[in-house]
Each structure stands twice: as structure tokens, then as C-alpha cells.
Design a binder for this molecule. Structure first.
Ligand code: ADP
Ligand code: MG
Length: 442
């Protein structure tokens, strides 16, 4: 009986090579639409910046907003591919700012900048260019201007959608009399991540985030960004933010549909809802709840434990997949903590299988999307590509990066050795500072 249930879940989450190839084709078609401005699920946002040369110099401040944490950094670019170790400080972003008034959110951020400058004893007379990493879909209109298209990842502050977020930050800084800091560049975390790696690695041409949310950017020829042509004539390349979390040409199953219906952004961020840290635990919860209802799991008791949206974190899945001992005692302890006192070994094995199925699909969809992006630049994989990746799902989820690598091998064969995925931890803030430097040199 259990086997049957497991088989049907496996089937609902399966991403065979043929499906990865279909995703790649659909991805290319959506990329084409996004670059020429017709409606599609990929926004393909021009960023007005290309990768750095590694020779940019100066002291910069960066501000990194867009996920679980909010950080401010100060760092010095020394040229010759050298960067000082950033001095950084993390601030807790109280949940009240996520859904409150947008002005309060930006005032809070500006207040943190003031505290940071004071705390570091930074002279008020010294001028600083600031790179602002703002990791939400923004329609950029220049290197230091862009309107928020929509919130993602649980943010919902009022009165910000449609506004220029650089202006909001500048105004908030002025309100706090922080007059020596100018917002010189706006960046997405994918772009920051890519640029931070590219400063020292000329092969780096893709940035990926696999954390709370998921997204990617890559280098595109300006001549291919058709929607820019009216305003722009110059040749060369520019980083494009794909906003791939919103890709929707994917096969969804009944659990995906329930998850989407219960989300605050129904119908959007479909890929993100199958792949990122904010949602994997939730997919597990929905499956577990379903199997408990069918009395296949935990003898159908304690169903209330899985009743509340968001109560099963992706970290728990990581812990479950890390438990390699025969009797799965760690998992037994985890479930006890969650309120399920008695679990059988069979229950625990079933849970581990479900985790593998859910995370396996996530890693294969991520790999297919990544392959599509790489092939957009270099169809035959004729040169090396470094993919800078940040985010806890890629970094910490057991086997996630390995499964992505083996999926890339299925897609590309031996040429997949030309693709190296590297962890670019906390690159997004560092990258924003580098982009501020690039902006200063334009
Ligand atoms: P952010 O994307 O907010 O900048 P992270 O990259 O740390 O920050 O991603 C946070 C997300 O990663 C959360 O959704 C969390 O559930 C998930 N996460 C945190 N730790 C782990 C872990 N050990 N294994 C898997 N997912 C994790
Ligand atoms: Mg992050």
C-alpha cells in the first residue's frame, strides 16, 4: 500500500531527461519573449551594467536587502582583482516591516546605515558611494534607478510597488541627515553574486540564488536585448536579470496547486515555489498531511501537527536527509519535537523518501533552468563557464549541488566539465559595492 502511494508521488515529481530538455526549450522561448518585451513569464530585466574588469578601486558601502537578513558592508577594492575583507554588520528585519508601511521600512534601513557609520567610526565628512542590493523584481531604468514590479518571498510593505526604490532610500537617508552617502548603484542579489566572483574570475558569466527564493542572471549581447533598442545604441554586453523564479512552463501536480492557492502571490513565481527554501518544506508538509489523511503515515494520528502553513521548514528536510544511521534516530527526535511521539522506522523511511523526491525535483529543475541560461550564451558549450551560486539551499541541503551536477551531466554529457558551479557565499553585498565602483567609472 505504502509502496503504491510512494510510486504515485515519485511519478508526480519526476523530471526525466526528456522533461529537462522540454524545460530548456520552453525557457529559451520565454527568454526570447522577455528580451523583446512581449508578455512572458521571464521578465529579462536589463541591469545597465556589465561585469567588472577587476581593476576598479575605492572604498564603498553596500546594503543588502531581500531575504531573511539585512546587511550593511564596507569594503575596499584595491584593483588587480584584490578586495579587502568586507567589514559587515547584520541587522534583524522585524516582521512588522515586511507588511507595514513602505516608508517605515526605508526609514528603518536608513537608520541602520546611520548606526553602521557611527559604529565603524566613519567620518561624516568622507563621501561614500553605496551599492544597494535589492533582491526583488525591479524594472531598472538605469544603473541607479528602478521601480519595484512586485514583492516576492513574503515581503508586502505598502506603497512601494511602482516606486523607484533608489529614490525611496535616498529620501530616507536625507531624512536621517546621512548626507555623505550617495546611492550609486542598484543591484539584484544574482547580479551582485555574479559580479563579486567575476571581479577575480573572467570565466564567471552567470549568477544564481538558491535560498529563500531563486533567480539567475547572465551576460547577454545588448544587440539581443531588443526592448532596449529604442533608447540604446551601443554595442557590447550587459548583465540581464532573468527573474527565473517566475518561470511557469512547468508541470505542476496537486500539491503544487494547493501550495500556490494558499500563497500570497497566486499564479506567480511557479518555479520558485518548486525549488526554493521558502517552499520545499511546505511541499513536504502538504504531502505528509495527505498521507496522514490516507492513514499511510504515522498511522494517521497527530494530523494537526502538519496543519499549519509554513510549520515544516526546509531545514528539517535537510536534517532528515543528513540522517544516515540505520534506525534514523535523529529523525525520530525531530518528529518528537514537532509533536509526533511515536514514529515507526517505516514512517521515517517514507519521510526520507519524500524529502529526496521533493529536493530531487528541485535540483533537476534548477539544473535545467541553468542549462538553458548557459546555452543561451553558448549553445555548444564551446568555452568554460563559472556559475557563482549563493543561498542556503545550494550550500547546505545535502546532495543538492551534487544532484544538480549530475543532471547537468545528463544534459551536456562530458562537456558538462566546462561548467563549474562555485559557492559565492554572501557575494551579493560585495557585488553591489563593485557595481557602485563600475557605476562611478562609466
Ligand atoms: P536569503 O535567501 O534569505 O538571503 P539564505 O540563502 O540563507 O538566505 O536562504 C534562506 C532559506 O534557506 C530559508 O528559506 C531556509 O528555509 C533555507 N535554509 C536554511 N538553512 C537550510 C538548510 N540547512 N538546508 C536547506 N535549506 C535551508
Ligand atoms: Mg541571500
Amino acid at each position: 500500500m505504502t509502496l503504491q502511494e510512494l510510486k504515485s508521488i515519485e511519478k508526480a515529481f519526476d523530471v526525466p531527461l526528456s522533461e529537462m530538455k522540454r524545460i530548456i526549450r520552453a525557457f529559451h522561448s520565454e527568454m526570447g519573449k522577455g528580451l523583446s518585451d512581449s508578455d512572458g513569464s521571464l521578465k529579462m530585466i536589463p541591469t545597465y551594467v556589465d561585469r567588472p574588469t577587476g581593476d576598479e578601486k575605492g572604498k564603498f558601502i553596500a546594503l543588502d536587502l531581500g531575504g531573511t537578513n539585512f546587511r550593511i558592508l564596507e569594503m575596499e577594492l584595491k584593483g588587480g582583482k584584490n578586495i579587502s575583507k568586507p567589514v559587515s554588520r547584520q541587522f534583524v528585519l522585524d516582521r512588522k516591516y515586511l507588511a507595514g508601511d513602505g516608508k517605515a521600512l526605508f526609514d528603518f534601513i536608513a537608520g541602520c546605515v546611520e548606526i553602521f557609520l557611527k559604529g565603524k567610526g566613519i567620518d561624516k565628512a568622507a563621501h561614500f558611494d553605496l551599492g544597494f542590493t535589492f533582491s526583488f523584481p525591479v524594472e531598472q531604468t538605469g544603473i541607479a534607478s528602478g521601480r519595484l514590479l512586485r514583492w516576492t518571498k513574503g515581503f508586502n510593505a505598502k506603497g512601494v510597488i511602482g516606486k523607484d526604490v533608489v529614490r525611496l532610500l535616498d529620501e530616507a537617508l536625507a531624512g536621517k541627515h546621512v548626507n555623505n552617502v550617495k546611492v550609486a548603484a542598484l543591484a539584484n542579489d544574482t547580479v551582485g553574486t555574479m559580479v563579486a566572483r567575476a571581479y577575480e574570475d573572467p570565466d564567471c558569466d552567470v549568477g544564481v540564488i538558491l535560498g529563500t527564493g531563486t533567480n539567475a542572471c547572465y551576460r547577454e549581447y545588448i544587440s539581443n536585448i531588443k526592448k532596449l533598442h529604442s533608447g540604446m545604441t551601443y554595442a557590447g554586453q550587459m548583465i540581464v536579470n532573468t527573474e527565473w523564479g517566475n518561470f511557469n512552463k512547468l508541470r505542476t501536480n496537486s500539491y503544487d496547486k494547493i501550495l500556490d492557492e494558499g500563497s500570497g502571490n497566486r499564479g506567480s513565481q511557479i518555479l520558485e515555489k518548486m525549488v526554493s527554501g521558502m517552499y520545499l518544506g511546505e511541499i513536504f508538509r502538504l504531502i505528509a498531511k495527505d498521507l496522514m489523511k490516507k492513514k499511510v503515515l504515522f498511522a494517521g494520528t497527530n494530523i494537526g501537527v502538519f496543519g499549519k502553513r509554513g510549520c515544516f521548514k526546509t531545514e528539517y528536510m535537510s536534517a532528515i536527509e543528513s540522517d544516515h544511521s540505520a534506525g534514523l534516530p535523529d529523525m525520530a527526535r525531530l518528529f518528537k519535537k514537532l509533536g509526533i511521539k511515536d514514529t515507526t522506522l517505516r514512517d521515517r523511511q517514507l519521510c526520507r523518501n519524500i524529502c529526496r523526491i521533493v529536493s530531487g525535483r528541485a535540483s533537476r529543475i534548477s539544473a535545467a533552468a541553468l542549462a538553458a541560461v548557459i546555452m543561451k550564451m553558448d549553445r555548444e558549450l564551446s568555452r568554460k563557464h563559472t556559475i557563482a551560486i549563493d543561498g542556503s539551499v545550494f550550500e547546505k541541503y545535502p546532495g543538492f549541488s551534487d544532484r544538480m551536477r549530475s543532471a547537468l551531466k545528463e544534459i551536456f554529457g562530458n562537456r558538462s566539465s566546462r561548467v563549474s558551479m562555485v559557492l559565492a557565499k554572501d557575494g551579493s553585498g560585495k557585488g553591489a559595492a563593485i557595481i557602485a565602483a563600475v557605476a562611478g567609472s562609466l
